[in-house]
Design a binder for this molecule. Structure first.
Ligand code: FES
Ligand SMILES: [Fe+2]
Length: 367
């Protein structure tokens, strides 16, 4: 069953660059792997197996000494920022065993984001981490949620993000309403940098904005162009463009790029971050002293909490055997089904043919 699996051969977000201070040792679990992240004094970020080569003590529990080496908290083996053991306190004169070194994970820091490849290192060139240019661009005000622990498989979040038919009733009265759920969906697929993407577009004219969006953008009635794109297993990108009727593409246009990162911890847990990017200088209508980005960051957590609640409940239902149960696919679920099929194909490629394909059941309302 798909919502218990995860793909290892993919780039996943360990955090935004700003989350990694020099010599701050961080222990993460990414796709079932224990990962130590360490930005050393030369500014470079390293990712290693978090287990000390001696007796598995998590190295993130250790400390960085004055000489810039990492000392394990248990018996004091010391490692340099390349993961080589450089000192063994219990036999200072003896040779350092050949095996006393840390296994590195491929890591790439780009556009203000740190990406880790927890899979087969030989296959890391099959894709590149997606670009996130707004995060590192001073022309945007970018604010991140920080990591949120979600007790659900990450595919459930990806499906949630591709699906705005849940804006009513789940987000009714803040970012959604029933009219939102009925906007027709266009689906597009392709591949960039080795990443298969699935993108939905919803266009609507003379649309009355739900309260939160009117607060951030300052318009009540808009033409709206709204895309949701599963860029890769690790990133979903949402772009919102609004303007008074007839004025999309003019100076009056406003909007945001909302990045969602979804990093599997294991089959039933993931870490979710959102990072919103508004053009710098745009002030909110709800509080004219506060930027639209800041206002979004104050208000959006209540929306995310509603999604988190639903994802957790949904995941709990996967504990029951199907025993004849099958999900119904509706017309607006086309993108969700394609996302699941992309995942199934990646899993089959990674694990062999044992994983069942995505459901193909035709259902009432599906096309
Ligand atoms: S477990 Fe790290 S030094 Fe022994
Ligand atoms: Fe939602």
């Amino acid at each position: 069953m798909i919502p218990r699996h995860y793909i290892r051969n993919a780039w996943y977000v360990a955090g935004l660059s700003e989350e990694f201070a020099v010599d701050d040792l961080q222990g993460h679990t990414i796709a079932g792997r224990p990962v130590l992240l360490w930005r050393s004094r030369d500014g470079a970020i390293g990712a290693f197996d978090n287990r000390c080569a001696h007796k598995r003590m998590p190295l993130s529990e250790g400390r960085v000494l004055d000489d810039g080496t990492l000392e394990c908290a248990y018996h004091g083996l010391c490692y340099d920022p390349r993961g080589a053991c450089v000192a063994v306190p219990s036999h200072p004169d003896g040779p350092i065993p050949e095996q006393a070194k840390l296994r590195p994970f491929p890591v790439i820091e780009q556009d203000g984001v740190v990406w880790v490849w927890p899979g087969d290192p030989e296959r890391r060139h099959e894709s590149r981490p997606p670009r996130t240019p707004e995060v590192a661009d001073d022309g945007y005000e970018s604010i991140s949620s920080g990591p949120m622990q979600v007790p659900a498989n990450y595919l459930l979040l990806i499906e949630n993000l591709l699906d705005i038919s849940h804006f009513y009733p789940l987000h009714d009265g803040n970012i959604g309403d029933a009219a939102n759920s009925r906007i027709p969906v266009k689906l597009e697929e392709g591949e960039v940098d080795g990443n298969r993407y699935v993108r939905t577009t919803r266009e609507v004219e003379s649309y009355e904005q739900p309260p939160f969006l009117a607060d951030w953008f300052g318009y009540d009635i808009v033409d709206r162009h709204h895309t949701h794109c599963m860029v890769s297993p690790g990133l979903t990108r949402v772009q919102m463009r609004v303007a008074p009727p007839g004025q999309l593409g003019t100076e009056a246009e406003r909007g945001y790029v909302l990045l969602h990162t979804h990093t599997p911890v294991d089959g039933t847990n993931h870490v979710w971050r959102w990072c919103v990017n508004f053009k710098a200088g745009l002030m909110s209508r709800g509080d004219p002293d506060v930027s639209a980005a800041r206002r979004f960051a104050e208000m959006f957590p209540s929306v995310a909490a509603e999604d988190l609640w639903a994802l957790e409940k949904q995941q709990q239902m996967f504990d029951f055997p199907d025993e004849g149960y099958a999900e119904v696919y509706l017309r607006p679920d086309k993108a969700l089904r394609r996302a699941r099929q992309v995942f199934s194909a990646l899993l089959r490629k990674e694990r062999g043919p044992a994983v069942a394909p995505a459901p193909q059941v035709a259902a009432a309302g599906a096309d």
